[in-house]
Design a protein around this ligand. Structure first.
Ligand code: 5AD
Ligand code: SF4
Length: 449
């Protein structure tokens, strides 16, 4: 038998960063699979190894640089392997990757995801190393290829026009580009038809959705159109910008029973002057008022957030204001970060940078406060019976299943049988900072039974 034909071609994808990157990796995987590549069990063994990278903070950059360093030695033993750097860091560093890392074969920007199979073929044909980092393209018209058992992501827009002064996203993901309403509806319907119970709408700032469409539409219009007979059991979206949160979005969220009782609402900072310097477009009080309106309209709403400490010029008193807003908002959980200057952003040019030791110290204080709030809020919910969408086996304890409630609380429970992709009723018995351990009470019948 011809060994070139019989030999299996394999790929390995390593993803860093946000959900948009996870989505892009699903697309990259399906493009390679369409060329008869199959997943490899380890990166060392793959014919095509893709690092889909993030550059939102410096530690994300360093992680990728470190990992690429490891592959210098591995590739010396496997010269045929094609090493691809894709994603935001590829977009940011471009050509520089080739100089710094001789082991890299392809640098693929965020606008050129669809080009991967062709570039791999060109390198295999002996063309040499390739950089493709355009500034225009997008891949919003490709069908999603979900990898999870229960949940599927649907991008509704790519790029961002907000230009928050700390953020590199608009530079590496480009301007806002919205997907037409009919396309989103068709894609959601297709995925629901395939059996996905939960749809996650993705956009850098979903509240800007539709501004660039002709005729213009609003995010509320899209959410409203996604209600009705063929709606998914659970509809989520991430992330909405607090400044663009119109009363109509709240109204539609409350009226559409598919929309989950969860919102990820990035606070970033509590102090008004810091928020203004970040160019966020709201005050601490306006944020708290929005939280109150959301909680009033949607009972039992789970709220999560992102917070940055140590933005340039932030004084101790201004940091205290962040702590105050966190106390009052009572988030279920938060992603908390020390400010990281990003090259090319206005924030990196401010001359009053906060020393790193101070940024870290503030971060620990904030984490301590929020962890206490998360644990306390979770403890108050013990004994409740909740609906959990089962995602799969727990990575740590294989006799346990893991899933999330509509409020996005994480729940583990023991079960011999695997109920992935199904809705279960679970009693919350133990509360932790990260979520719950519960007891399975009932599972819906599987679709086939
Ligand atoms: N430094 C620290 N955190 C940042 N984020 C974005 N840019 C930076 C930065 N330069 C955080 C914000 C954003 C989340 C995805 O990452 O909180 O919401
Ligand atoms: Fe970055 Fe601000 Fe856009 Fe979010 S809204 S991606 S923080 S520029």
């Amino acid at each position: 038998m011809d060994s070139a034909i019989s030999r299996l071609k394999t790929y390995f994808l390593q993803t860093y960063g946000c959900q948009m990157n996870v989505y892009d990796s699903e697309i990259l995987a399906s493009l390679l699979e369409a060329q008869n590549y199959q997943p490899a069990t380890a990166p060392e063994q793959a014919d095509v190894l893709v690092f889909n990278t993030c550059c939102v903070r410096d530690n994300a950059d360093q992680k990728v640089y470190g990992r690429l360093g490891d592959f210098k030695f591995i590739k010396a033993e496997r010269p045929g392997q094609i090493l691809v750097v894709a994603g935001c860091l590829a977009q940011k560093d471009g050509e520089a990757f080739l100089e710094r890392f001789p082991q890299v074969d392809i640098v693929l920007g965020t606008h050129d995801v669809q080009a991967l199979p062709e570039l791999v073929q060109r390198v295999q044909a002996g063309e040499g190393r390739i950089v493709q980092v355009g500034r225009q393209g997008h891949h919003l018209d490709l069908p999603a290829s979900p990898r999870g058992a229960s949940s599927a992501m649907v991008p509704i827009s790519m790029g961002c026009d907000q230009w928050c002064t700390y953020c590199i996203v608009p530079y590496v993901r480009g301007q806002l580009h919205s997907r037409p309403v009919v396309q989103v509806l068709a894609e959601v319907r297709r995925l629901v038809g395939l059996g996905y119970r939960e749809i996650m709408l993705l956009g850098q700032n979903v509240n800007d959705y539709g501004r660039d469409l002709q005729p213009q539409v609003e995010f509320a219009d899209l959410l409203e159109a996604l209600g009705g007979l063929d709606a998914p059991d659970r509809l989520r979206f991430t992330s909405p910008h607090p400044a663009g949160f119109t009363p109509r979005v709240i109204q539609v969220m409350a009226a559409n029973p598919s929309v989950c009782e969860h919102i990820h609402l990035p606070l970033q900072a509590g102090d008004d002057q810091v928020l203004a310097r970040m160019k966020r477009g709201y005050t601490g009080q306006q944020f708290l008022d929005l939280v109150a309106r959301l909680r009033q309209a949607i009972p039992d709403l789970g709220i999560t957030t992102d917070i940055i400490v140590g933005f340039p010029g932030e004084t101790e008193a201004q940091f205290q204001r962040t702590l105050e807003v966190v106390q009052q908002a009572r988030f279920d959980s938060a992603f908390m970060f020390a400010y990281s200057p990003r090259p090319g952003t206005p924030g990196s040019l401010f001359t009053d940078q906060v020393p790193e030791s101070e940024r870290m110290e503030r971060l620990y204080r904030l984490i301590h406060l929020q962890n206490g709030i998360s644990e306390e809020k979770h403890r108050q919910r013990m004994g409740r019976e909740v609906e959990v969408l089962v995602e799969g086996r727990s990575k740590k304890t294989s006799s346990r299943l893991t899933g999330r409630t509509r409020q996005n609380w994480l729940v583990h429970f023991d079960s011999e049988e695997d109920f992935s992709g199904r809705l279960a009723r679970v009693r919350l018995d133990q509360a932790f900072m990260w979520g719950f351990v519960g007891t399975l009470l009932e599972v819906e019948p599987s679709a086939g039974s």
